[in-house]
Design a protein around this ligand. Sequence first.
Ligand SMILES: Nc1ncnc2c1ncn2[C@@H]1O[C@H](COP(=O)(O)OP(=O)(O)OP(=O)(O)O)[C@@H](O)[C@H]1O
Ligand SMILES: [Mg+2]
Length: 388
Amino acid sequence: MARHRTLLWLTTGIAFAIVWLQRSRHTSASTSPTSQRSRSIIQHASDAIISTDEHQRILHANPAAAAMFDTTVQAMEGAPLQHYLPRGQRQYSDSGQGRYFGETGIRLRMKGRRAGDYLVTGQRAHGQLFPLEGSISALNENNHSIYTIILRDITERKQVQERLEQSYAQLRELSAALQTIREEERKYIARELHDDLGQLLATLRGDLALLKRAQQYGPAARKLLAGMDTLLMSAISSLRRIASNLRPRALDEGGLYYALESLRQDFVNRYSIACQMQASEEDLILNDTYSTEIFRIVQEALTNISRHAEASKVLLSLQRQQYDLKIEIQDDGRGIAEQDMDKAMTFGLLGMRERVRALHGEISIIKDGGTRISIRLPLPLQTPAPAA
Ligand SMILES: Nc1ncnc2c1ncn2[C@@H]1O[C@H](COP(=O)(O)OP(=O)(O)OP(=O)(O)O)[C@@H](O)[C@H]1O
Ligand SMILES: [Mg+2]
């Protein structure tokens, strides 16, 4: 939409500017209604319109141009264009196939793809630099080139863009901080459950075993004791399950490889979907942050497969390639649809992307005979690939 609007104002502007130029050079005294209308449109255009000769001296400038550069039409006409579009100020121009304006080194684009392709820097009369969006067209008259430039001040748009980018960055930081806090809390609660409550239940069960060995109890009391033992056993296994769901012990004790292996085994047992893992233990000796993040990514991918994919086979591959870790999770299910990628109020894929982003990696999720998630994670330098 914005692109169409930009193209429209550029095309219309160029057309009028050319008419304006032709009329003002050849029939400057013309008072035909068409000539007057064109002149009036240029005069009242909200975009700045400037025309120059081939030496980049300004021939004409409309009032909008004068206002934009904080000067007057009279001051602009006859002045070098360089005063208003200085050389060497290309921080706003793109790195693509730009087109140089004559020999000035001022780069503008006539036929861009996006509004951002027309960027150039302007300089107001009192020296302040500001970003501009513009277009240029050339006209040949008696073997002399006349250039028409249409410009629009985009300072405000730039500022809004910058503020938006800043708030995105802050949101990302917040989300990463929340993930870390959440993970720390999970780790803490899992440890408390295991070390505190788990120990109490184990002691209780030991005491119960002693009681069961005593001779003085009748059959009713013995039945009660056996029942208590069963309940205690199921309390202990519930506690282990809850603690492990919060934070797999393998992550802290055995490392990422074993944590993923038990995740895989659990997935196969629970959903009867074949799942193969291609990875080596030494490739997955990583620090706590990387281990936790990778574990959570794979966990979400497997949860998604169990819930959405209707798959019968999953291939999980984690391979070290020099300083990168390549992770691939491929299923043979119905395949993810394009519109699923940005579903409202779902956070699994979003969380996955954010985790990868926070680790400066890349992720792609595609439909490929099922769904394929490919991730490349640059690893920290202190964990280089083991010698082959
Ligand atoms: N392996 C897959 N195969 C097919 N569709 C998938 C797969 N993974 C995800 N999807 C689709 O992508 C959507 C978004 O996934 P995402 O994990 O973000 O959300 P969710 O699983 O629906 O909810 P949650 O926020 O609990 O994770 C899913 O609703 C599902 O339609
Ligand atoms: Mg999900």
